[in-house]
Design a protein around this ligand. Structure first.
Ligand code: MRU
Length: 364
């Protein structure tokens, strides 16, 4: 997507052929800064501190993290260490494990001298593949949007967190159909949940929709149910950090509440996801998906731009009040209208997913 007329991906290989570059998402929307990732420690920290975030981008960054590790030291010891350290950087998005397993399976049988080149090649392929997958999610979602019967003169979508191009390598998952609808001339407007505590909606989704010219309105996280009751939401669309084989969807904290409100009001609730987000090894999302618990400080403090133009961090809780910060929740499959993947749209069920991915059927 373009930033002030210049096309960008979220992550790319630098001109020296070794350094990886990524947009620093901790500074948006106030500052646009590109960070250099020069070694595997830089890559691991970028994932931990959410310089890069969003399930598909975490996977791409982990793949490049393995490449950076192989550039430093292509030994078996480094391969094992880089795999473990990157895997521990964030627990919930399964794209991380998927990308690391892919790279390890490729690199382990190779002689060390061949690992660096193979790792960079595969990381670049994963990025290109993600762009194509997200483009296809957009096409499949656009077909659904074309069939919606809007309540007014525009189609109103509601989204939570950021599942746009910033969360992937390009296009996004949930936002890809929205970009494609907008580009096709469909009058689409997006209600953007602010997504406390880290404000991925207010800071990232609003920024990228604005850069692309998509009409949108940021709402407090608690406003969605009210808007749905008043017919102002035609469909919800969110991304996923991990989807079980039975169609349970784990996504940013607060997604579940939106799905409940959508169900109560008969509003379709769609999830856009690429295949590396499906965890075929588990069925019960609530019981089996590890939920990241992040720092209390993300709840107790907020950072923003002052009227004078500088950035400031302020406390929003009384001194001494503890905070809890679970990063994700699970929306049970029964609340999901459809899963929009690169292969098509399926019911949120094992049968639905297996119809799209028959190669994942278990041997009897
Ligand atoms: O904590 P984050 O910002 O990495 O969480 C991101 C989300 O929950 C996204 O909705 C999800 O990764 C899907 S991204 C296409």
């Amino acid at each position: 997507m373009k930033v002030d007329g210049k096309p960008y991906r979220t992550i790319w290989l630098g001109a020296d052929g070794t350094t990886v570059q990524a947009i620093d998402q901790t500074l948006l929307p106030h500052e646009f800064v590109v960070r250099d990732l020069k070694n595997v420690v830089n890559a691991t920290n970028a994932i931990k501190t959410m310089v890069v975030r969003g399930a598909p981008l975490i996977g791409a960054a982990a793949a490049y993290g393995m490449a950076l590790a192989m550039a430093e030291d292509p030994s078996d010891t480094m391969l094992a260490r880089a795999y473990t350290e990157l895997l521990e950087s964030r627990p919930t998005a399964v794209n991380l494990r998927w990308a690391l397993d892919d790279l390890r399976a490729l690199l382990a049988p190779l002689p060390p001298a061949k690992r660096r080149e193979a790792a960079y090649k595969r990381a670049a392929e994963i990025c290109d593949e993600d762009v194509e997958i997200c483009r296809r999610i957009g096409e499949n979602g656009l077909a659904l949007i074309r069939k919606l019967k809007p309540h007014g003169d525009r189609i109103n979508a509601l989204t939570h967190c950021n599942a746009g191009w910033l969360a992937t390598v390009d296009w996004g998952t949930a936002l890809s159909p929205i970009y494609q609808a907008h580009d096709a001339g469909i009058p689409i407007h997006v209600w953007v949940d602010e997504t406390r505590p880290r404000n991925q909606g207010a800071s990232l989704t609003a920024w990228e929709l604005g850069k692309h010219g998509v009409p949108h309105t940021v709402i407090a996280d608690n406003a969605g149910g009210h808007l749905m009751q008043h017919g102002q939401v035609d469909f919800c669309i969110v991304g996923s950090d991990r989807t079980t084989r039975s169609g349970d969807v784990c996504n940013k904290i607060g997604t579940y509440l939106k799905a409940l409100a959508a169900h109560d009001n008969g509003v379709p609730f769609y999830v856009g996801l690429p295949y590396p987000t499906i965890d075929w090894t588990i069925s019960d999302g609530v019981a089996e998906i590890p939920i990241e618990e992040r720092s209390q400080r993300e709840v107790s403090h907020m950072t923003g731009r002052t009227d004078a133009g500088g950035l400031a961090t302020v406390a929003v809780l009384p001194d001494g009040s503890p905070a809890a910060n679970p990063g994700f929740d699970v929306t049970p499959a029964r609340l999901v209208t459809g899963l929009i993947t690169e292969r098509g749209v399926s019911a949120a069920s094992e049968a639905g997913l297996l119809a799209l991915y028959p190669e994942q059927a278990r041997a009897a």
